[in-house]
Design a protein around this ligand. Structure first.
Ligand code: COS
Length: 371
């Protein structure tokens, strides 16, 4: 694995750093307090091609590959994890359509996702009764002469109130799961109120209900019955995104620890060992990204190892930062303490979404046994 960056990769990282430093970071605490969806910030990311980092330039993407994507997410997450998760889900939706969509779906939907014309896309897999057991979904799509009728409820959908397209998984018979690209404006779709969350307040999370929604036949993405496999492949990539986001949170927490002199004082050895843990997680995350970028190499196990190790390490750093926060405090320290609290809140869900830590252990174990 070559970790020296090409000019194209370095340019992506620089662009992400510049948006993070100029636009995302300065408003992160305010965004956390008011929970406002970061529309203009997402437009700024789209303006640099960061809403489709691993997508062909002919469709408005940056065509810079998965390693550059991972690094860009880390930079953005270090400034504000809530913006990073919105960016990650948009990239993921674009990649699914790019990999499995028809020519028409690619031409119609991807430029809208990469350019910022759609503020985001949504990935609608989880349901109130099926999170970890994705195949246990109850949403159904019934075939008709004109197309499909969609009924069901999806839960914890990132960007659901703002998305320009929903990717919705549904059972098309007792066992078969298929995927549909759904126009959020269609009659019969109801968007629930924004969840009041512990952290990542500026990312939008809602429930969606579909009541007799009529879909045209061409709304299906991929083949009938291919949906579960598409979801699993997309989640492998999505886990690299969340691992990268977790690294950004860990980096932000370590920067605060440096500023508060926790890394040179009494707790130095603790923070040194945490820093080593974060660097180990970064290595496996880059490796998973590199494997995915090769196109023909399996990376499911490495993606789960990356997600597990990075999210757990980020939590450990954010927790230690908060636990050993020094007193007394100046005004600057007080502001930094608010950032530390935000990180501790933001980090919790990284061990849950895109598959819990327990699911990552299950995927890793299954792959090890298979090998
Ligand atoms: N890539 C491609 N195909 C995959 C795959 C992958 N990573 N993982 C599984 N598949 C395929 C299998 O090969 C199998 O295909 P066949 O039926 O042709 O043999 C099929 O999918 C079913 O696989 P499996 O038996 O492993 O499915 P399970 O129902 O046991 O579930 C887990 C597997 C638990 C790993 C899956 O449900 C999962 O990832 N759950 C977590 C969901 C999640 O992350 N949700 C968060 C959503 S975002 S908030």
């Amino acid at each position: 694995m070559d970790v020296s960056l090409s000019d194209a990769q370095a340019a992506v990282v620089e662009d992400a750093q510049s948006v993070a430093a100029q636009i995302i970071g300065p408003a992160a605490l305010a965004r956390h307090k008011d929970g406002e969806f970061p529309l203009e910030t997402l437009q700024a990311l789209a303006g640099r091609g960061l809403m489709g980092v691993n997508i062909d330039a002919s469709l408005g993407g940056r065509d810079a590959g998965v390693v550059a994507y991972s690094m860009a997410i880390t930079e953005v997450a270090c400034a504000d994890p809530a913006v990073a998760v919105t960016m990650a889900v948009n990239n993921m939706v674009g990649e699914v359509i790019y990999a499995f969509g028809s020519q028409k779906q690619r031409q119609e939907l991807i430029p809208a996702l990469t350019s910022g014309r759609f503020s985001s896309g949504s990935f609608c897999l989880s349901e109130p009764g099926s999170g970890s057991d994705a195949a246990g979904m109850r949403t159904r799509a019934r075939a008709t002469d004109e197309g499909w009728i969609l009924d069901g409820t999806k839960a914890w959908i990132t960007s659901g109130a703002h998305a320009g397209v929903f990717l919705v998984w549904a059972k098309t018979d007792e066992r078969e799961i298929s995927l549909f690209a759904v126009d959020p404006e269609l009659p019969g779709i109801e968007v629930g109120g924004a969840e009041e969350k512990m952290g990542q307040h500026a990312s939008n999370t809602v429930a969606l209900s579909f009541d007799g929604v009529k879909l045209p036949a061409e709304a299906m993405v991929g083949e009938p019955g291919q949906g579960f496999r598409i979801a699993m492949m997309a989640l492998d990539g999505g886990r690299i995104g969340i691992a990268s986001q977790s690294l950004g949170i860990a980096d932000a927490a370590l920067q605060l620890a440096d500023l508060q002199q926790l890394t040179t004082g009494l707790h130095r050895s603790l923070f040194e060992s945490l820093r080593a843990r974060v660097e180990a997680a970064r290595s496996i995350t880059w490796r998973a990204a590199w494997l995915k970028e090769q196109g023909d190499r399996p990376f499911s196990q490495e993606a789960s190892m990356a997600k597990l190790s990075a999210s757990e390490a980020a939590h450990a750093v954010a927790d230690a930062l908060f636990r050993y926060w020094p007193t007394p405090m100046s005004d600057d320290d007080q502001r930094r303490l608010s950032m530390a609290e935000k990180l501790l809140r933001d980090v919790r869900v990284t061990r849950i979404y895109e598959g819990t830590s327990e699911i990552q252990r299950l995927v890793i174990a299954r792959n090890l046994l298979r090998r």
